[in-house]
Design a protein around this ligand. Structure first.
Ligand code: MRU
Length: 348
Protein backbone atom coordinates (compact mmCIF):
# COMPACT_ATOMS: atom_id res chain seq x y z
CA UNK A 1 0.00 0.00 0.00
CA UNK A 2 1.36 3.45 -0.92
CA UNK A 3 2.38 5.79 1.93
CA UNK A 4 -0.32 8.22 2.94
CA UNK A 5 0.51 11.93 3.12
CA UNK A 6 -0.06 13.80 6.37
CA UNK A 7 -2.43 16.77 5.86
CA UNK A 8 -0.94 18.95 8.64
CA UNK A 9 2.76 19.23 9.48
CA UNK A 10 4.85 21.54 11.68
CA UNK A 11 7.95 22.71 9.79
CA UNK A 12 10.58 25.13 11.15
CA UNK A 13 8.32 27.72 12.72
CA UNK A 14 5.30 27.43 10.46
CA UNK A 15 2.39 25.12 9.78
CA UNK A 16 2.26 23.36 6.45
CA UNK A 17 -1.06 21.99 5.24
CA UNK A 18 -2.38 20.36 2.11
CA UNK A 19 -4.85 22.84 0.63
CA UNK A 20 -7.81 20.45 0.42
CA UNK A 21 -9.85 22.86 -1.69
CA UNK A 22 -7.40 22.24 -4.57
CA UNK A 23 -7.73 18.45 -4.51
CA UNK A 24 -8.01 16.29 -6.50
CA UNK A 25 -6.76 18.51 -9.35
CA UNK A 26 -3.61 19.73 -7.65
CA UNK A 27 -1.65 18.62 -4.58
CA UNK A 28 -0.63 21.99 -3.14
CA UNK A 29 1.05 22.54 0.23
CA UNK A 30 0.58 25.96 1.82
CA UNK A 31 2.38 27.72 4.68
CA UNK A 32 0.39 29.16 7.56
CA UNK A 33 2.37 31.63 9.65
CA UNK A 34 -0.24 33.49 11.69
CA UNK A 35 -3.36 32.64 13.67
CA UNK A 36 -5.37 34.60 11.10
CA UNK A 37 -4.10 32.34 8.32
CA UNK A 38 -5.01 29.27 10.38
CA UNK A 39 -8.50 30.68 11.06
CA UNK A 40 -9.01 31.38 7.36
CA UNK A 41 -7.76 27.92 6.35
CA UNK A 42 -10.22 26.26 8.75
CA UNK A 43 -13.10 28.52 7.72
CA UNK A 44 -12.53 27.88 4.02
CA UNK A 45 -12.04 24.10 4.52
CA UNK A 46 -8.45 24.17 3.29
CA UNK A 47 -7.91 22.05 6.37
CA UNK A 48 -11.03 20.18 7.43
CA UNK A 49 -12.29 17.11 9.25
CA UNK A 50 -12.83 17.19 13.01
CA UNK A 51 -9.43 15.93 14.28
CA UNK A 52 -7.42 17.87 11.66
CA UNK A 53 -8.99 21.21 12.53
CA UNK A 54 -8.29 20.58 16.22
CA UNK A 55 -4.64 19.91 15.40
CA UNK A 56 -4.36 22.98 13.15
CA UNK A 57 -5.97 25.18 15.81
CA UNK A 58 -3.52 23.96 18.47
CA UNK A 59 -0.61 25.02 16.24
CA UNK A 60 -2.53 28.26 15.56
CA UNK A 61 -2.31 29.01 19.29
CA UNK A 62 1.45 28.66 19.17
CA UNK A 63 1.65 30.94 16.12
CA UNK A 64 -0.46 33.46 18.06
CA UNK A 65 1.88 33.66 21.04
CA UNK A 66 5.33 32.73 19.79
CA UNK A 67 6.41 36.33 19.15
CA UNK A 68 4.09 38.00 21.66
CA UNK A 69 6.18 39.94 24.20
CA UNK A 70 4.43 38.67 27.37
CA UNK A 71 6.04 39.79 30.66
CA UNK A 72 4.66 36.94 32.73
CA UNK A 73 2.51 33.81 32.70
CA UNK A 74 -0.69 35.78 33.40
CA UNK A 75 -0.17 37.96 30.36
CA UNK A 76 0.61 34.92 28.21
CA UNK A 77 -2.52 33.13 29.43
CA UNK A 78 -4.65 36.19 28.58
CA UNK A 79 -3.16 36.25 25.11
CA UNK A 80 -3.75 32.52 24.69
CA UNK A 81 -7.37 32.89 25.79
CA UNK A 82 -7.99 35.67 23.25
CA UNK A 83 -6.37 33.66 20.47
CA UNK A 84 -8.36 30.54 21.45
CA UNK A 85 -11.65 32.48 21.33
CA UNK A 86 -10.72 33.79 17.93
CA UNK A 87 -9.74 30.37 16.51
CA UNK A 88 -12.86 28.79 18.05
CA UNK A 89 -15.01 31.18 15.99
CA UNK A 90 -13.89 29.56 12.72
CA UNK A 91 -16.35 26.62 12.73
CA UNK A 92 -18.96 25.59 15.32
CA UNK A 93 -19.72 21.88 15.04
CA UNK A 94 -16.58 19.72 15.38
CA UNK A 95 -15.84 19.58 19.09
CA UNK A 96 -12.20 18.56 18.48
CA UNK A 97 -11.52 22.24 17.73
CA UNK A 98 -12.68 23.40 21.18
CA UNK A 99 -11.19 20.34 22.87
CA UNK A 100 -7.71 21.04 21.46
CA UNK A 101 -7.82 24.77 22.29
CA UNK A 102 -8.88 24.01 25.87
CA UNK A 103 -6.24 21.32 26.28
CA UNK A 104 -3.38 23.63 25.27
CA UNK A 105 -4.60 26.42 27.56
CA UNK A 106 -4.97 24.05 30.51
CA UNK A 107 -1.48 22.70 29.95
CA UNK A 108 -0.03 26.19 30.22
CA UNK A 109 -2.16 27.37 33.14
CA UNK A 110 -1.30 24.18 35.07
CA UNK A 111 2.46 24.51 34.54
CA UNK A 112 4.45 25.78 37.53
CA UNK A 113 7.82 27.53 37.70
CA UNK A 114 8.42 27.99 33.95
CA UNK A 115 9.63 31.13 32.21
CA UNK A 116 7.48 32.73 29.50
CA UNK A 117 9.84 31.29 26.92
CA UNK A 118 9.45 27.80 28.35
CA UNK A 119 5.68 28.21 28.49
CA UNK A 120 5.60 29.13 24.80
CA UNK A 121 7.64 26.02 24.06
CA UNK A 122 5.08 24.07 26.09
CA UNK A 123 2.33 25.34 23.77
CA UNK A 124 4.22 23.98 20.78
CA UNK A 125 4.95 20.66 22.49
CA UNK A 126 1.28 20.25 23.41
CA UNK A 127 0.20 20.89 19.81
CA UNK A 128 2.73 18.27 18.66
CA UNK A 129 1.41 15.82 21.27
CA UNK A 130 -2.16 16.36 20.11
CA UNK A 131 -1.05 15.56 16.58
CA UNK A 132 0.95 12.45 17.58
CA UNK A 133 -1.81 11.17 19.85
CA UNK A 134 -4.37 11.60 17.08
CA UNK A 135 -2.25 9.42 14.83
CA UNK A 136 -2.03 6.74 17.54
CA UNK A 137 -5.76 6.98 18.26
CA UNK A 138 -6.58 6.54 14.57
CA UNK A 139 -4.27 3.54 14.47
CA UNK A 140 -6.16 1.96 17.37
CA UNK A 141 -9.50 2.76 15.74
CA UNK A 142 -8.14 0.91 12.70
CA UNK A 143 -7.23 -2.09 14.83
CA UNK A 144 -10.60 -2.28 16.61
CA UNK A 145 -12.52 -1.54 13.41
CA UNK A 146 -10.64 -4.31 11.61
CA UNK A 147 -12.11 -6.80 14.10
CA UNK A 148 -15.61 -5.74 13.05
CA UNK A 149 -14.86 -5.59 9.34
CA UNK A 150 -12.45 -8.46 8.73
CA UNK A 151 -15.10 -10.59 7.01
CA UNK A 152 -16.53 -7.67 5.03
CA UNK A 153 -15.74 -7.27 1.34
CA UNK A 154 -17.13 -3.80 0.73
CA UNK A 155 -18.25 -0.80 2.77
CA UNK A 156 -19.99 2.46 2.03
CA UNK A 157 -18.57 5.67 3.48
CA UNK A 158 -19.61 9.32 3.42
CA UNK A 159 -17.68 12.60 3.31
CA UNK A 160 -14.00 12.25 4.12
CA UNK A 161 -13.08 10.60 7.40
CA UNK A 162 -9.71 9.46 6.13
CA UNK A 163 -6.12 10.56 6.50
CA UNK A 164 -6.92 14.02 5.15
CA UNK A 165 -9.29 14.61 8.07
CA UNK A 166 -6.87 13.51 10.82
CA UNK A 167 -3.15 13.36 11.66
CA UNK A 168 -2.95 10.13 9.64
CA UNK A 169 -5.02 6.99 8.82
CA UNK A 170 -8.41 8.64 9.41
CA UNK A 171 -11.25 7.27 11.49
CA UNK A 172 -13.79 5.60 9.19
CA UNK A 173 -11.01 4.67 6.77
CA UNK A 174 -8.53 3.54 9.43
CA UNK A 175 -9.82 -0.09 9.42
CA UNK A 176 -9.61 -0.12 5.61
CA UNK A 177 -5.93 0.89 5.73
CA UNK A 178 -5.20 -1.38 8.68
CA UNK A 179 -6.62 -4.41 6.89
CA UNK A 180 -4.99 -3.47 3.57
CA UNK A 181 -1.57 -3.43 5.26
CA UNK A 182 -2.29 -7.00 6.31
CA UNK A 183 -3.26 -8.12 2.84
CA UNK A 184 -7.05 -7.83 3.11
CA UNK A 185 -8.20 -5.31 0.50
CA UNK A 186 -11.73 -4.03 0.92
CA UNK A 187 -13.75 -2.29 -1.76
CA UNK A 188 -14.99 1.15 -0.73
CA UNK A 189 -18.11 2.79 -2.15
CA UNK A 190 -17.84 6.53 -1.66
CA UNK A 191 -20.74 9.00 -1.63
CA UNK A 192 -19.80 12.16 -3.50
CA UNK A 193 -21.15 14.17 -0.50
CA UNK A 194 -23.03 17.17 -1.81
CA UNK A 195 -22.56 20.10 -1.74
CA UNK A 196 -18.78 20.34 -1.25
CA UNK A 197 -17.95 16.88 -2.59
CA UNK A 198 -15.54 15.77 0.14
CA UNK A 199 -16.29 12.17 -0.89
CA UNK A 200 -15.59 12.65 -4.58
CA UNK A 201 -12.70 15.08 -4.24
CA UNK A 202 -10.96 13.78 -1.12
CA UNK A 203 -11.95 10.24 -0.13
CA UNK A 204 -11.86 8.93 -3.68
CA UNK A 205 -8.50 10.67 -4.17
CA UNK A 206 -6.81 9.39 -1.02
CA UNK A 207 -8.07 5.82 -1.45
CA UNK A 208 -6.94 5.79 -5.06
CA UNK A 209 -3.51 7.07 -3.98
CA UNK A 210 -3.35 4.22 -1.46
CA UNK A 211 -4.31 1.63 -4.06
CA UNK A 212 -7.68 0.77 -2.50
CA UNK A 213 -10.45 -0.05 -5.00
CA UNK A 214 -13.09 2.68 -4.96
CA UNK A 215 -16.47 3.15 -6.59
CA UNK A 216 -17.80 6.69 -6.51
CA UNK A 217 -21.57 7.21 -6.36
CA UNK A 218 -23.80 10.25 -5.89
CA UNK A 219 -25.47 10.50 -2.48
CA UNK A 220 -28.81 9.53 -3.99
CA UNK A 221 -27.44 6.18 -5.22
CA UNK A 222 -26.73 4.77 -1.75
CA UNK A 223 -30.09 2.95 -1.45
CA UNK A 224 -29.58 1.15 -4.76
CA UNK A 225 -26.07 0.06 -3.80
CA UNK A 226 -27.39 -1.30 -0.50
CA UNK A 227 -30.38 -3.03 -2.09
CA UNK A 228 -28.09 -4.82 -4.53
CA UNK A 229 -26.07 -6.22 -1.62
CA UNK A 230 -22.87 -4.58 -2.84
CA UNK A 231 -21.86 -3.35 0.63
CA UNK A 232 -22.00 -5.19 3.95
CA UNK A 233 -21.56 -2.21 6.27
CA UNK A 234 -21.64 1.59 6.39
CA UNK A 235 -18.75 3.30 8.19
CA UNK A 236 -18.66 7.06 8.82
CA UNK A 237 -16.76 9.53 11.00
CA UNK A 238 -18.12 12.07 13.48
CA UNK A 239 -17.78 15.74 14.31
CA UNK A 240 -19.35 15.57 17.75
CA UNK A 241 -20.90 12.77 19.79
CA UNK A 242 -23.28 13.65 22.64
CA UNK A 243 -23.42 11.78 25.96
CA UNK A 244 -26.30 9.59 24.72
CA UNK A 245 -24.47 8.52 21.53
CA UNK A 246 -26.22 10.85 19.07
CA UNK A 247 -23.71 11.70 16.34
CA UNK A 248 -23.23 14.89 14.35
CA UNK A 249 -21.47 14.23 11.06
CA UNK A 250 -21.51 15.52 7.50
CA UNK A 251 -24.95 16.28 6.09
CA UNK A 252 -26.37 13.11 4.59
CA UNK A 253 -25.11 10.79 7.32
CA UNK A 254 -28.55 10.57 8.96
CA UNK A 255 -30.19 9.46 5.68
CA UNK A 256 -27.54 6.76 5.27
CA UNK A 257 -28.23 5.47 8.79
CA UNK A 258 -31.94 5.15 8.00
CA UNK A 259 -31.15 3.39 4.72
CA UNK A 260 -28.75 1.01 6.49
CA UNK A 261 -31.48 0.09 8.99
CA UNK A 262 -33.94 -0.59 6.17
CA UNK A 263 -31.40 -2.88 4.47
CA UNK A 264 -30.28 -4.65 7.67
CA UNK A 265 -26.75 -3.35 7.37
CA UNK A 266 -24.59 -2.44 10.37
CA UNK A 267 -24.03 1.31 10.68
CA UNK A 268 -20.68 2.06 12.35
CA UNK A 269 -19.35 5.42 13.54
CA UNK A 270 -15.56 5.68 14.01
CA UNK A 271 -14.24 8.48 16.22
CA UNK A 272 -11.52 9.21 18.79
CA UNK A 273 -12.37 10.19 22.38
CA UNK A 274 -11.62 13.84 21.45
CA UNK A 275 -14.86 13.86 19.40
CA UNK A 276 -17.12 13.14 22.39
CA UNK A 277 -18.83 16.02 24.15
CA UNK A 278 -20.19 14.76 27.44
CA UNK A 279 -21.44 18.24 28.34
CA UNK A 280 -24.28 17.71 25.86
CA UNK A 281 -27.01 15.27 26.94
CA UNK A 282 -28.32 14.68 23.42
CA UNK A 283 -27.55 15.52 19.82
CA UNK A 284 -30.27 18.19 19.81
CA UNK A 285 -27.84 20.48 21.64
CA UNK A 286 -25.06 20.18 19.04
CA UNK A 287 -24.57 23.48 17.18
CA UNK A 288 -24.91 22.88 13.45
CA UNK A 289 -22.96 25.04 11.03
CA UNK A 290 -24.95 26.62 8.19
CA UNK A 291 -22.89 27.58 5.19
CA UNK A 292 -23.08 29.92 2.23
CA UNK A 293 -26.15 29.30 0.00
CA UNK A 294 -23.83 29.53 -2.99
CA UNK A 295 -22.49 26.05 -2.14
CA UNK A 296 -25.95 24.74 -3.09
CA UNK A 297 -26.93 27.13 -5.87
CA UNK A 298 -23.63 26.68 -7.74
CA UNK A 299 -21.44 23.87 -9.04
CA UNK A 300 -18.07 25.48 -8.46
CA UNK A 301 -18.58 28.93 -9.91
CA UNK A 302 -21.41 27.92 -12.25
CA UNK A 303 -24.97 28.75 -11.12
CA UNK A 304 -27.37 25.78 -11.24
CA UNK A 305 -30.39 27.36 -9.53
CA UNK A 306 -32.51 30.45 -10.09
CA UNK A 307 -30.91 33.62 -8.74
CA UNK A 308 -32.14 34.65 -5.29
CA UNK A 309 -33.73 31.25 -4.50
CA UNK A 310 -34.15 30.40 -0.81
CA UNK A 311 -31.61 27.79 0.35
CA UNK A 312 -31.12 25.60 3.45
CA UNK A 313 -27.46 24.54 3.70
CA UNK A 314 -26.59 22.84 7.00
CA UNK A 315 -23.09 21.34 6.87
CA UNK A 316 -23.96 18.55 9.32
CA UNK A 317 -26.88 16.48 10.57
CA UNK A 318 -27.41 14.48 13.74
CA UNK A 319 -27.96 10.73 13.57
CA UNK A 320 -30.00 9.51 16.55
CA UNK A 321 -28.10 6.86 18.53
CA UNK A 322 -30.79 4.22 17.90
CA UNK A 323 -29.55 3.86 14.31
CA UNK A 324 -25.92 3.28 15.31
CA UNK A 325 -24.79 -0.34 15.58
CA UNK A 326 -21.47 0.48 17.27
CA UNK A 327 -19.05 3.37 17.82
CA UNK A 328 -15.43 2.45 17.13
CA UNK A 329 -13.01 4.39 19.35
CA UNK A 330 -9.31 4.10 20.19
CA UNK A 331 -10.32 2.54 23.52
CA UNK A 332 -12.56 -0.13 22.09
CA UNK A 333 -15.94 -0.71 20.50
CA UNK A 334 -18.92 0.92 22.17
CA UNK A 335 -22.35 -0.72 21.93
CA UNK A 336 -25.80 0.40 23.03
CA UNK A 337 -26.93 1.52 25.52
CA UNK A 338 -24.52 4.32 24.69
CA UNK A 339 -25.12 6.50 27.72
CA UNK A 340 -23.63 3.67 29.80
CA UNK A 341 -20.90 2.51 27.41
CA UNK A 342 -19.71 6.09 26.78
CA UNK A 343 -19.66 6.88 30.49
CA UNK A 344 -17.72 3.69 31.17
CA UNK A 345 -15.17 4.54 28.51
CA UNK A 346 -14.44 7.93 30.09
CA UNK A 347 -14.81 7.18 33.78
CA UNK A 348 -13.97 3.53 34.38
O1 MRU B 1 -17.08 19.95 6.62
P1 MRU B 1 -16.00 18.93 6.84
O2 MRU B 1 -15.38 18.45 5.58
O3 MRU B 1 -14.99 19.38 7.87
O4 MRU B 1 -16.78 17.69 7.49
C1 MRU B 1 -16.04 16.58 7.91
C2 MRU B 1 -16.86 15.45 8.38
O5 MRU B 1 -18.06 15.54 8.53
C3 MRU B 1 -16.12 14.20 8.77
O6 MRU B 1 -16.90 13.07 8.53
C4 MRU B 1 -15.81 14.27 10.28
O7 MRU B 1 -15.16 15.45 10.59
C5 MRU B 1 -15.00 13.12 10.73
S1 MRU B 1 -13.33 13.24 10.19
C6 MRU B 1 -12.43 12.00 10.85
Amino acid sequence: MAAILAPVAWRDGHLEIIDQTRLPGELVFIRLETKEEVWQAIKELKVRGAPAIGIAAAFGLYLAVKDFPAQDKEELCTQLKKAAEYLASSRPTAVNLFWALKRVQEKVSGAEGLTVRELKELVLQEALSIQQEDESMCREIGRYGAELLKEVDAILTHCNAGTLATARYGTALAPVYYLAERGKIMHVFVDETRPLLQGARLTAWELKQAGIPVTLITDSMAAVVMSKGWVQAVVVGADRIAANGDVANKIGTYSLAILAREHDLPFYVAAPSSTFDLSLATGEEIPIEERDPQEVTHFGLRPVAPEGISVFNPAFDVTPHRYITAIITEKGILRPPYRESIRQMFFK
